[in-house]
Design a protein around this ligand. Structure first.
Ligand code: SF4
Length: 225
């Protein structure tokens, strides 16, 4: 697999925030989010090829009981099914984090789906392709049907984003508010903190969950956390 980094940390976001987890971050993404917080896996992908068996051995040696396969877009990796199967066979709980623009074969214990809205659209020549890919909802619908154990994470800047989030949820047939999490957009703890009160208010108004970004608060963000 094409891997940017592996590391042991606390899950920073979502329903498992705070849980010690071994992260396997693939490199390469088909989207180009304007605010991407891991540009070294998307805009300028870095990393190297690593065998699945080596990644699984490293995860087991970390003694974490939870593994997170993230990116980039891990669903682009042809060995994804092999990796998630081996991690689960080794007794780890596996979360797969994806933007959900494709739906290859793999398995997991928690699907973390983060559909992108127009606040992610980049300027320039990548814009049209990004918009077309994120607007294709067929793969995301199929993933949600395959994985009843899922969470939907939306990156939100302010209240203007909510109509689009609600439209997306309706189009995806995702009706359970307790599985919907709103996350403040920001590439630093300060940026996230500045938007957090408004995002929290939206959660209260709509019955969604607020997700912190603990890795930024605790470790300052960046690589390896
Ligand atoms: S989907 Fe994720 S990795 Fe890809 S560009 Fe967007 S934020 Fe970055």
């Amino acid at each position: 697999m094409f891997i940017a980094e592996t590391f042991l940390s606390l899950q920073g976001e979502g329903m498992l925030a705070g849980v010690p987890s071994f992260f396997i971050r693939s490199s390469g993404c088909n989207l180009r989010c304007r605010w991407c917080d891991t540009p070294y896996t998307s805009w300028l992908p870095e990393g190297g090829r690593r065998p699945v068996a080596e990644l699984v051995a490293e995860a087991v040696a970390s003694r974490a009981r939870y593994a997170v396969v993230t990116g980039g877009e891990p669903l682009l990796q042809r060995e994804l099914g092999q990796l998630t199967g081996a991690l689960r066979s080794a007794g780890l709980h596996v979360t797969v984090e994806t933007a959900g623009t494709l739906d290859p074969e793999f398995d997991c214990d928690l699907l973390s789906l983060s559909p992108k809205t127009s606040n992610s659209d980049p300027p320039g020549r990548d814009r049209e392709r990004h918009r077309r890919l994120r607007a294709e909802l067929g793969p995301a619908r199929r993933l949600l049907a395959r994985f009843p154990e899922h969470q939907l994470k939306f990156v939100v800047e302010d209240a203007d984003d909510l109509p689009e989030v609600l439209t997306l949820l309706e189009a995806l047939g995702a009706a359970e508010p307790s599985r919907v999490l709103l996350m403040a957009q920001g590439r630093s703890a300060a940026e996230v903190a500045a938007r957090a009160p408004a995002v929290a208010a939206l959660c209260l108004e709509h019955g969604f969950r607020y997700t912190p970004r603990l890795h930024m608060d605790l470790f300052g963000g960046g690589r390896g956390v």
